[in-house]
Design a protein around this ligand. Structure first.
Ligand code: SF4
Length: 216
């Protein structure tokens, strides 16, 4: 028996974001986050949760039977047992995604895992927490996600992409509007105007179930 993980929920749905969008996916949502993004849509996962043995988390996640599994939060990389859990999910033949704020070191993650790493824009109020050292570890398996609240955030992303040549990391660059704040049409227009090498996305679960729905 291991020390275990603090788990907020485990459930199956369709993937709402990333280049895996729309695929059936099992989500393992851990409890706890050390950031407080202004527009966070999962504040319920900041506290509470159930302590579970890693073996049980694995068993429950595999029982849903989806080929795709995402470990998310909160911030999953705050819990050391997440690393062996992701390895075990890969060993079980699953395609594994991890969604992280980008504040934690991503270098110790099993190389089979697709890492979806945020870079927090100024409008999140957590821009100062970005761990830019993570950029050196990105590969074509990974995705770098920007959630943008306004034109200031967009221009910050644009400068970062150009100054740091982020397309050369090989990672897919994802640009999303903050739901209900930045008009998706505006963001698309800016991307096209500048010819940025990003993939525009919206969180499809918010269109299917509504912005306030959780556990979907
Ligand atoms: S890192 Fe994610 S879970 Fe944490 S506050 Fe920001 S959006 Fe919410």
């Amino acid at each position: 028996m291991t020390a275990g993980l603090l788990i907020h929920e485990i459930y199956a749905s369709v993937q709402g974001e990333s280049s895996f969008v729309g695929l059936p996916c099992t989500f393992i949502r851990t409890t706890g986050c050390n950031l407080r993004c202004r527009w966070c849509d999962t504040p319920d996962a900041f506290g509470g949760g159930e302590r579970m043995a890693r073996e049980l988390v694995l068993e429950r996640a595999l029982a849903f039977g989806t080929p795709l599994v995402e470990v998310t939060g909160g911030e999953p990389l705050l819990q050391p047992e997440v690393l062996p859990l992701m390895k075990e999910l890969c060993d079980a033949g699953r395609t594994v995604l991890v969604e992280t704020s980008g504040e934690r070191d991503i270098s110790g993650i099993d190389p089979r895992v697709h890492r979806i790493v945020d870079l927090k824009a100024p409008g999140s109020n957590e821009c100062h927490r970005n761990r830019y050292e993570n950029l050196a570890h990105l590969t074509s398996r990974d995705e770098l996600k920007f959630v943008l609240a306004d034109r200031v955030d967009y221009e910050w992303m644009r400068e970062l992409i150009m100054d740091r040549h982020l397309e050369q990391t090989g990672a897919t660059l994802l640009a999303s509007p903050v739901h209900g704040e930045l008009d998706p049409k505006e963001l698309v227009a800016w991307i096209l105007e500048d010819g940025l090498p990003v993939r525009f996305q919206v969180q499809i679960h918010k269109y299917i179930w509504g912005a306030e729905a959780t556990g979907v």
